[in-house]
Design a protein around this ligand. Sequence first.
Ligand code: NAD
Length: 359
Amino acid sequence: MAKHAVTLIEGDGIGPEVTEATRRVLEATRVEFTWDKRDAGMDAAERHGDVLPAETLESIRRHGVGLKGPITTPIGEGFRSVNVGLRQALELYVNLRPGKTIPGVQSAFTDIDLVIVRENMEDTYAGVEFDTGTPEAAQVIASINASSRRQVATDAAITIKMITPGGSRRIVEFAFNYARAHGRKLVTAVHKANIMKFTDGLFLRVAQEVAKEYPDIEFNDRIVDNMCMQLMQKPRDYDVLVMPNLYGDIVSDLVAGMVGGLGVAPSGNIGKDVAVFEPIHGSAPSHAGKNEANPTAMILAGVMMLRHLGEVEAADKVERAVASIIKDGTDVTYDLRADRDPNRAVGTDKMADAIIARL
Ligand code: NAD
């Protein structure tokens, strides 16, 4: 059996605990790994003078695959998000977020099986921003006002929304290829092209063009606000949803909420030659170091990684073991209990032990 070399970034907050639980579960599948442990985030800044050290990026590039815990981002000041930085540096242009009901997880919805394909590099997340009152903002505003009928207020803060034909094409192609490879029937492009006629209009036009190249997969499109309402009313009418960055961020959290919340939602950041898998939740600092965080989202990120590495049997086995432990409802962390009673819940490590025993 092939031995897989994987860059392991444990992150901070609850990161180290859920990463350790996940590493143990993955090793219990008997798939062989060599873990190349690397730093990112505040700890990396202390040790390497950089929140995203070059050696961490180089390790991921070399191995082609990374497994990552959550990393704290200071709000409003300090460094930019390491998570966004990582996606930009490695050109991980796909954010893949499955939203599938796990029986036993508390949720208002049942039988949800959606896949969100979020564009990860462009849109308002590209980081092209100008703060209010700065000379740079004044220059941008003057240039806009010279060429636009609609005028921008001179004290405005500006974030640029950028959508390119190439960026749109590769994300929509990914969605269709994913649909084909996973027996999915429908791809829905989500946008606001009625208002943002140029940026979202371009995304929609490209999606319509790409759809013609995949006659075996059905295609439709929805305006993002209507999409949110329809997901509440008839989620089973949808299958694979593809969208620009900002809508993807919001809609994928909406879908995560529909299948039981942050504690059970994994994601993959995928580029041409490199992929990094992580839970969608953050570092939950108030739970850090208490052995009480739910490891499920991180373990399911590990399941996505196993599938990516072609270890489909091991992936299915872990997924079944996680589902069966959650369904039993005994060896689970507090957030998965209906009574949320921490005294009757088990810790992160014990939940991992139970999953390993069930393998
Ligand atoms: P969060 O996801 O860390 O926590 C929100 C709440 O959800 C927590 O207080 C907790 O009650 C619950 N929660 C989340 N994960 C849980 C788990 N595994 N088990 C049990 N309960 C869990 O979101 P936040 O508080 O907005 O962010 C905290 C920090 O994490 C911020 O600095 C943020 O920037 C960062 N963050 C990082 C990533 C990432 O690394 N990809 C993603 C999101 C947020």
